[in-house]
Design a protein. Structure first.
Lengths: 1104, 609
């Protein structure tokens, strides 16, 4: 604070003191006043008013007022409140201090943040905690709340999808497990899911990243912990907020730009034969010297006027007359259409000095640009707290009610389940959407590959359901007693009921499986979880400078779920022209009873495939100590003992300790006078955490069972009934126990240049040992690791991985033009280096399959997810090039030449190598917020650098021999061309064949599939996945006028927003941001793009 | 006020917490739901259940993951037919590229195909399930000695059967008995020794302990075990022992239901679901449909491994167009003026069967039209065969599979309607013939040739040929197909679908022609009779015996096929390497797994890298 003010204050207080001097005797030293917020003149309840140099502390009431007794005739009041700058006000006994105005803090050091089972001032934290700026997080409209963490917290990597309601990949400090690496999410003290929470309800989000912060969550803390606190309302007048937006999301213009049109495709197709020395022919393009683009696909390859083209002769199957799309169908934009998204949110909060409440209702409608994908979500929240017995007892509840409808685009079984995006680049462009009667067209005519019609896929599931009804929350009671003790008990839980159905029509237009009977399936189930937490907290200050907090607690968690999946087929066809069935008939009863199947399916529980039924329980004891001396030396220790039902009794209990400490150097005398430094703290911590998220609850048991598709057999030869048998389904391993992390963290927090800069930088090293991973066994066990046929092998503790990295967060608060222009810049930087350290004894690698193809391996010395296969070093130029190169199956000019990694002169499976790493070198976010008068501007930039992406789309479009799929223009025009010694076109059987275009990188067009072109997994499709994205750009204007205030409007703000204004990348596909799983990611087989532009306008209104 | 708080609120809270503490700790003992532990099944019904489970692997499938069984089908279509000269893989070369690799007999990638590892692991799954029967039975109570012998007999038969299949595919295939288990941690079993002695011991035990008649048609009986024992000796070229057992099977053998072994009147009866388990069925995988066993990933108890092997597009069933019979096979059905096959090696020369540009118009063995679809020939009750049912005319030829396909009128009864599986229409209840009596006769004929009794060999061959010559069992045009009997209506406008002529060898032909002639005739008959049933590759393998005959046969085949629209037209560099390709590669994944400790336990077969 400027000295001038201090002087002024001193003088004024002296004046006041002199004026009131005579009254002192009867004033009894009492001072009253009111604390208000400078920004809106609203009272600030719960502010702490302390008489400096004494233990006298009072809080401000719901209306901001306080009353405090001075010990002397005058004194100084130190006033602090969460989110505000501290203020010191000199007062005189018996005076009225009047309104004391607090300014919102530009530093967050005094913010109280919720950490493990307690709350701390940010400056007292010794562990690693990222505090998310919730306002910034809210700036992106999205149906997936966890996706909003992208770029908002250092140390948190988020990969998002454009799919409505789709889950993101969230990693806190790298990949910490071979299984599920989702962080633990604690909402108001109870484990929950971030995905569907209403972001408008969120008060604060903290990310606990190291052991010092997260070890108190013990066995669940390994993947990091996200602590979410929802709004609770404040005493005072009722505030009503209304927020709404409407926007339009636009499909990527680019689409599959560059797919060859039918004419070009035909020419290139002919070349595939000529290069192989074969005579070209195709069911559609004829067998002449040059390909002829037909007028009709059915009748196959027919020209106008040919027999069977008379519409009168139309018939499904036998003559489904279909005209060729001679110009080429743009399948991408047949399935991607602009979508209108909108959301409305209303909340009300308020309370008295005895109770506070928060209520909200949200409706979000987020259709995807992929037709018939949608997320509709209705949610309500009711949070309330009641205090009584002089505020010494508090009870309350948090309740969240959710209904959502989220028909997926991948929820059908079988061939017809093909991902519509994936097949939209496979189906040849000559195929139209519809035949001459408006029925779907497809590959039935022959010579068109077997990719199904993507429009048909989407339209046929438009009436499918995928619904979820969920209630979650908790009730709690809290009692202060014996002055320093607080006891709290909380029972939280979740009840989730889900339902989905799907109807599969007979896809008469398909090239294969086109006579399958229609069928219908329904899935029902429920999940429940119960968490009962009890804590006892002791807080005291000794000799003024010794601050001690002790916490002890117990926790019991129980999770259970069960589901049923049933199907029937052969439904009565209500429209014989298109073989469709009216959705009114979609009940199980309406199907043919003899086609019924039932099972307990695997379900997606928070995006993790989980067999049903399941049950697992955890019982825990935990304790925590926080001590600080004079705010200068801080030390903290936590310990937790977890017992889990997934291990047998001898292996059940695990103990997870941590210690951390901090030194606030800026409190030392030698730094007290350093003007530019406001705060400097170094901290370090070490601790252990665990994980069981990857283990099956029955892991310790060897199990036998009767399973219809595994152990039954028609021993009696009846043809239509099977005798039940028994099979060994699982080998147990009673010895399995916790997966453990050891995490070391060193960090530095600094605030300087008059609180304008906040910097937090951290280095960490995370060693995950005893990884819970399914053991692999030789096939002699009768079980296949790749396909999971045979008894399940148990999870064991084996293998170690490490992550180390640097997290950095920098905030700058600036102002100009006499504080009229304010800006805040927040940068976050996240890096990790992941490495597999060791594997189970006797294993040199663990193969990772993508379908049936080995694409990665977990191998010591290599990051998880690294692509593993043959490295393409170029194309063979000629047969003499082949002769002098290492021996390679199928080697020929125009085909791939692979690296001879072991230099043994031949290309064998030993030459497969790790050729690319999909882990980014770093990711970073930059939030730019600018306010000028009533205007506000916000921009969020996000970048991912150094990650590799496999553009698997090229694996189809660049290898036309693959199923006769659509072909890229690139391959049709730029592929290697072979010529003879005399320079004339030739074929692969000519020993003088060599490349006419030596610089070509696209392999020669061919009919044959072999090791040297398309059958070996190689590096051809790998590209840089680095990108810089303008995630959002928002411009807002706030109306402020006394007139509005009189009309009960506190605030009206209008804004306009563009999402994904630009993405700068060299990546050739749609979007380099692609999801994956924990051991295989960065593979783009036609992902739902997350970089589509969206134009939004919105309004925020506050009423009282 | 404060005192009041103390009295009412916090002690009661504390009490609640304490009650909770004691209750919660008990809940950590959670028993698995829906499963049994071993103690539950240590009794007769439990062990019998395990035995059913061991049979359930005969179809080569136990699929939690889609696509798993293509490499492991119990029918062996991929190894026995596609990798020999019976058929092409079908579809385009890049569809199921693993099988393209195997079909072109590559040396460098074979070991890394998922097909071979699927085959390997499914066989050991069957073996370990058989071992489970033996292991659990030992710890069971209340099982009589009779039941013990019987259950052990069936389990050891299955164990021997699965090992025999592995021995033929992989050659150096480790033998895994009941002492090898995950629990005993001794799964790294070496493959240095030949395992025929152990297979023989298992089959012999089965022969000695199994009853002649079983309560259920699908169980192995004494005679089926003996037939496989004969095959075991035949594969070892111990012709006397083989003949000893096969003779008894032919003379005295009965089916599990007690019916005397015999050839069915009509050839097609062996490939028709309503007629399954007839007198010709020695041992079969009992396929069933609509028994509630389908799931999203598999067709349950049907013929999952053969799910791709149906005509393409608008063809019968309309699936994936795999396993197309070769030109070479079609030509093998040519007969001379005497109704005998062209044993002189000329069958594949000159005009080509069903080739419109170079059409063969001579006589044919009628079995051709039950073995494959040909353009213009009636395909059961589905109408006339058509070249339009071919998926990729460049690499698939013009023929489609037939023995594994049901009649149109049987759709829904012989095929699955459990639509939860994507390919329900391709899941059938046709049994997979693992041994039929014609096979027994022809194996014994092989023995007779080798021991010198050529007349007896001819008797067996003629039994098979006479059945083929039975006109009631031919394919007719302008006629109605009767799926109940597997025959066409004769009389009226009905006429044989092609120019059929098949006759028995005239008396004394074998003796007159000599041993080489007789051997050739027996081998040729075996191909015609058992084509597309997964035998051919292993027959060539057995007959090769180090002579290089298999390499000769297949390289000659490829040379001609390259000039026709066939797999080898497109993949024209395929070469069968003598001394290597007679067996398939040991899966690289298994080598890596067993040798991970640094000691070489499992060795790759010679010639593969």
């Amino acid at each position: 604070m400027p000295k001038k003010t201090n002087g002024l204050a001193r003088i004024s207080s002296m004046v006041v003191a002199m004026m009131l001097f005579t009254c002192m005797a009867f004033a009894q030293g009492k001072v009253t006043g009111r604390v208000i917020n400078k920004a809106d003149n609203q009272p600030v309840p719960g502010a702490t008013i302390q008489l400096k140099g004494s233990k006298t502390i009072v809080p401000s009431g719901a209306d901001g007022t306080f009353s405090i007794n001075l010990t002397g005739s005058s004194g100084t009041l130190a006033i602090s409140a969460v989110g505000f700058l501290n203020l010191e006000v000199p007062v005189t006994a018996g005076s009225v201090a009047g309104d004391i105005t607090l300014t919102a803090a530009s530093t967050t050091l005094n913010d109280v943040v919720v950490t493990g089972y307690t709350a701390q001032r940010k400056k007292d934290i010794t562990g690693s905690v990222s505090v998310v700026n919730v306002a910034d997080m809210r700036s992106v409209p999205s149906g997936s709340t966890e996706s909003l963490l992208q770029g908002q917290a250092s140390g948190v990597s988020v990969v998002n999808t454009g799919q409505p309601g789709g889950y993101s990949n969230v990693h806190i400090r790298g990949i910490t497990s071979f299984g599920n690496t989702d962080p633990l999410v604690i909402i108001d003290g109870t484990p929950g899911f971030l995905h569907d929470i209403n972001v408008n309800d969120i008060q604060s989000v903290q990310v606990l990243k190291d052991a010092g912060a997260a070890s108190i969550y013990g066995v669940r803390g390994s993947n990091g912990v996200i602590i979410v606190t929802t709004k609770r309302g404040r005493s005072g007048k009722v505030t009503v907020n209304y927020d709404a937006y409407i926007g339009t999301q636009r499909p990527l213009k680019k689409g599959w730009r560059g797919l060859a049109n039918p004419t070009l495709y035909g020419q290139a197709l002919w070349q595939t034969y000529l290069n192989d020395g074969l005579v070209p022919s195709n069911k559609q393009y004829g067998s002449g010297a040059t390909p002829v683009v037909p007028d009709y696909l059915i009748p196959t390859g027919a020209m106008a006027g040919a027999p069977g083209t008379d519409p009168a002769t139309y018939a499904l199957y036998t003559n489904q007359i279909t005209q060729a799309d001679k110009a080429g169908n743009d399948w991408y934009h047949d399935i991607f259409k602009p979508a209108t998204v909108w959301s409305q949110n209303i909340s009300a909060s308020g309370g008295s000095d005895r109770s506070v409440y928060f209520y909200s209702f949200n409706y979000t409608d987020q259709p995807g640009t992929l037709i018939y994908t949608n997320l509709k979500r209705y949610s309500a929240r009711i949070n309330s707290t009641f205090s009584f017995l002089d505020n010494h007892v508090r009870i309350g509840e948090n309740a969240f009610l959710l209904y959502k409808s989220n028909p997926g685009y991948l929820n059908l079984p079988g061939v017809n389940s093909a991902n519509a995006i994936g097949v939209s680049y496979q189906i040849p462009t000559i195929v139209p959407i519809h035949d001459i009667r408006g029925n779907y067209a497809g590959g039935l005519g022959g010579g068109l590959g077997n990719a199904p019609n993507p429009v048909a896929i989407q339209e046929r599931q438009r009436n499918n359901h995928n619904e979820d009804y969920n209630i979650s929350g908790n009730v709690f009671a809290e009692v202060d007693f014996l002055k320093h003790l607080t006891a709290r008990t909380q029972v939280g839980g979740m009840v989730d009921n889900f339902y989905s159905n799907a109807f599969l029509y007979t896809a008469y237009e398909n090239a294969e499986n086109n006579t399958n009977a229609n069928s219908y399936q329904e899935i029902y189930g429920w999940n429940t979880s119960l968490t009962w937490t009890s804590t006892l907290k002791y807080t005291n200050t000794f000799a003024e400078k010794h601050n001690l907090t002790l916490l002890g607690g117990t926790e019991y968690i129980s999770n259970q779920g069960r589901a049923n999946q049933s199907s029937r087929g052969n439904y009565y066809i209500t429209d014989s022209a298109s073989l469709t069935v009216n959705p009114n008939l979609w009940t199980l009863n309406a199907g043919n009873a003899s086609t019924q199947t039932n099972q307990n399916p695997n379900i997606l529980l928070n995006n993790v495939s989980t067999p049903t039924p399941y049950q697992s329980n955890i019982y825990s004891l935990f304790g925590r100590l926080d001590y600080n001396y004079d705010d200068k030396y801080l030390i903290s220790g936590t310990i937790r003992r977890d017992g889990s039902s997934v291990f047998i009794s001898g292996q059940r209990y695990g103990i997870f300790p941590s210690v951390s400490g901090a030194w606030r150097i800026s409190r030392e005398k030698f730094l007290q006078n350093v003007e530019w430094l406001n705060d400097l703290k170094i901290r370090g911590g070490w601790g252990k955490m665990g994980s069981i998220s990857n283990i099956s609850p029955t892991n310790s048991y060897s199990l036998y069972g009767q399973v219809a598709n595994q152990s039954t057999y028609d021993i009696a030869g009846t043809s239509n009934s099977a005798t039940a048998g028994i099979a060994n389904l699982q080998y147990g391993n009673p010895g399995t126990t916790w997966e453990r992390d050891q995490l070391t963290n060193i960090g530095l927090d600094a605030t300087f240049l008059h609180n304008k800069f906040d910097v937090s930088v951290e280095w960490y090293n995370k060693l995950i040992s005893g990884l819970i991973n399914r053991v692999t066994a030789p096939g002699t066990a009768g079980t296949a690791t790749a396909t999971a046929a045979g008894p399940l092998l148990p999870f064991i503790n084996a293998g170690d991985i490490t992550n180390h990295g640097i997290d950095l967060a920098v905030t700058y608060h600036g102002a100009a033009l006499g504080n009229q222009l304010k800006f805040d810049l927040t940068g976050t930087f996240t890096s990790y280096v992941n490495m597999v350290k060791s594997l189970p004894p006797g294993e040199t690698y663990i193969p990772v399959y993508n379908g049936a193809t080995l694409e990665s391996e977990l191998k010591p010395g290599h990051p998880v997810g690294s692509f593993y296969g043959y490295q393409v070093v170029g194309l063979f130029q000629s047969y003499s090039d082949v002769a002098k190169s290492p021996t390679q199956d199928g080697a020929a000019p125009g085909r791939f030449k692979y690296a001879d990694v072991n230099h043994d002169g031949k290309i064998t499976s030993d030459d497969r190598t790790f050729f690319g790493n999909p882990n980014p070198k770093f990711t970073a976010g930059l939030n730019i917020a600018v306010n000028y008068k009533d205007f506000d501007f916000f921009m969020l930039l996000y970048t991912s650098v150094g990650n590799k992406v496999l553009n698997a789309v090229k694996g189809s479009t660049d290898f036309p021999q693959a199923f006769g799929n659509a072909m890229s223009t690139r391959v049709a025009t730029q592929s290697a061309k072979i010529i003879s010694a005399t320079g004339s076109p030739t074929n692969i059987n000519d020993s003088t064949a060599h490349l006419a275009n030596p610089g070509a990188s696209v392999p020669m067009l061919e009919q044959s599939a072999n090791f040297s072109n398309s059958t070996a997994f190689n590096s051809y499709t790998m590209e840089s996945g680095s990108f810089l994205r303008c995630r959002t750009l928002t411009l807002g204007y706030t109306f402020s006028s006394p007139v509005l205030t009189n009309l009960h409007f506190d605030r009206i703000r209008l804004y306009a927003q563009v999402l994904n204004l630009f993405t700068i990348t060299k990546y050739d596909g749609q979007d380099p941001e692609v999801l994956g799983n924990n051991t295989l990611f960065g593979i783009d087989g036609g992902a739902y793009p997350n970089n589509q532009k969206q134009y939004t306008v919105g309004i925020n209104v506050s009423l009282h | 006020m404060k005192r009041k708080t103390k009295i009412t609120a916090w002690p009661s809270l504390l009490a609640l917490i304490i009650i909770g503490l004691s209750a919660c700790n008990h809940n950590l003992n959670v028993q698995p739901q829906g499963s049994l532990i071993q103690a539950n099944i240590q009794n007769l019904s439990g062990v019998n259940g395990l035995l059913i489970g061991a049979y359930a692997i005969l179809d080569g499938e136990n699929v939690p993951v889609a696509g798993d069984a293509y490499g492991s089908a119990g029918s062996n279509w991929q190894y026995g037919s596609v990798c020999a000269d019976d058929s092409y893989k079908g579809s385009v070369p890049s569809d199921q590229p693993d099988l393209s690799t195997l079909e072109s007999w590559g040396l460098s990638q074979g070991g890394t195909t998922t097909y071979l590892d699927e085959k390997w692991t499914i066989l050991y799954l069957g073996i370990q399930r058989a071992n489970d029967v033996l292991r659990v039975m030992r710890q069971s109570t209340g099982i009589s000695p009779t039941d013990t012998a019987e259950l052990s007999g069936e389990a050891r038969f299955l164990r021997g059967y699965y090992h025999m299949d592995g021995r033929r595919v992989f050659h150096f295939f480790p033998y895994v008995d009941e002492n090898v288990s995950f629990v005993n941690n001794n799964l790294d079993v070496p493959n240095s020794a030949d395992i025929w002695p152990q297979i023989t011991a298992d089959l012999l035990y089965a022969v000695n302990n199994l009853p002649e008649v079983q309560p259920e048609a699908g169980r192995v009986n004494k005679w089926a075990a003996m037939a496989f024992l004969g095959k075991d000796y035949l594969c070892q070229r111990k012709f006397d022992s083989a003949k000893f057992y096969l003779d008894q099977v032919i003379l005295h053998g009965v089916t599990a239901s007690g019916q005397k072994y015999a050839l069915t009147t009509n050839f097609e009866s062996n490939f028709n679901a309503p007629q399954k388990n007839g007198p010709e069925s020695v041992f079969a995988c009992q396929n069933s449909v609509n028994d509630g066993s389908s799931s999203a990933n598999d067709g349950g108890n049907g013929n999952m491994g053969d799910v791709l092997n149906f005509p393409y597009g608008s063809g019968p069933v309309g699936c994936c167009g795999f396993n197309n019979p070769s030109w070479n096979l079609a030509n093998a059905y040519k007969t001379d003026a005497n109704g005998l096959p062209l044993l002189d090696g000329t069958s594949n020369n000159g005009p080509v069967v069903s080739d419109s540009t170079n059409l063969y118009t001579g006589t044919l063995d009628p079995r051709i039209d039950w073995t494959m679809s040909r353009p213009g020939i009636p395909y059961l009750d589905w109408g006339l065969g058509s070249a339009s049912w071919i998926r990729d005319p460049n690499s698939n030829g013009i023929f489609d599979a037939k023995k594994n396909v049901y009649a149109k009128s049987q759709q829904g009864t012989s095929s699955s309607t459990e639509t939860v599986f994507w390919g329900a229409t391709q899941i059938t209840s046709l049994n997979t013939n693992l041994m039929r009596f014609a096979d027994v006769l022809l194996m014994d004929a092989e023995c007779e040739v080798e021991v010198g009794s050529l007349d007896q060999a001819q008797i067996y061959v003629n039994m098979v040929r006479n059945r083929a010559a039975n006109t009631s069992g031919w394919v007719y045009k302008n006629s109605t197909y009767n799926p109940a009997s597997g025959t066409y209506t004769t009389g009226g406008t009905a006429a044989p679908a092609d120019n059929y002529l098949v006759k028995a060898y005239p008396t004394g032909a074998f003796t007159g022609g000599g041993q080489t002639y007789a051997r050739n005739a027996v081998h040729f008959e075996r191909r015609l009779e058992l084509a597309m049933e997964g035998h051919r590759f292993f027959d060539l393998q057995r007959w090769d015996n180090g002579t290089g005959s298999m390499a000769n046969t297949l390289n000659t085949y490829v040379q001609v096929e390259k000039t026709r629209h066939s797999f080898y037209y497109v993949v024209n560099t395929a070469v069968f390497t003598k001394g290597v390709n007679e067996y398939f590669a040991i899966p690289q994944q298994e080598i890596d797994a067993e040798n991970a400790n640094g000691k070489i336990v499992l060795k790759q077969n010679p010639g593969y890298n």
